[in-house]
Design a protein around this ligand. Sequence first.
Ligand code: KIV
Ligand code: NA
Length: 269
Amino acid sequence: MSPISIRTLQNMKEQQEKFTVLTAYDATFAQLAADAGVEVLLVGDSLGNVLQGHDSTLPVTVADMAYHTASVARGNRRAARPALIMTDLPFMSYGTVEQGLESARAVMQAGAQMVKLEGDDWLVPLVEALSRQGVPVCAHLGLTPQSVNKFGGYRVQGRDEAAADAMVEHSRALADAGADILLLECVPNALAERITQAVNVPVIGIGAGAATDAQVLVMHDMLGLNTGRTPKFVKNFMADGRNVQQAFAAYVEEVKAGTFPGEEHGFAS
Ligand code: KIV
Ligand code: NA
């Protein structure tokens, strides 16, 4: 089968078929996830937490992201149907358009096929510039962990009406600027549904309810390898005596069927 591309994902949104995103940081897990049917491998800067042991994603560098992207790309190439590889641009590596282009160059040359940026409508000029250079972009809105210090903690975003309306507007502006995918983290279910309907690009959710076009989880979380507090949106797919391959397959199956996330994984308001 041909590798997953942004066209595949766009078609899936149009057919109202859900797709699955999972973080990957190395070759072995990348290949296993792609072989289980995961459509997008996210080389997330969550590697700062789960691999490097930091308390936030802030210490992660572009070189770290390129290193893990290259490993993921090597494993993904061996999968029966390679997934699309999306890589986070880390903290303070895209504060200006010039810097964003340079950071994107590094991870794209390491094997990424799309970059993910955290922000709202301030990202518009960078999204336009990346699109012109042929770099697909995912814009990450809502709880953007690189801004944890500004938020004063990891908390649900877009809860009041003004903030919700602003997030809808920012989502539209980013899609209009050329963002190919949006990702919403920790926003009320109803707001995620509103944004998913407001834009015609695919929307990935985490802690955003079941109405988005796709779901993402951090691999360690869904394998039950959480060492700290388990976020509400996490489900342990290793329960019921599954092995890793079966856990990945169960995640894919539940996202496709719409049975994950359940009510208990989202934020009603
Ligand atoms: O870095 C990451 O793993 C992410 C997901 C949680 C969306 O950005
Ligand atoms: Na991230």
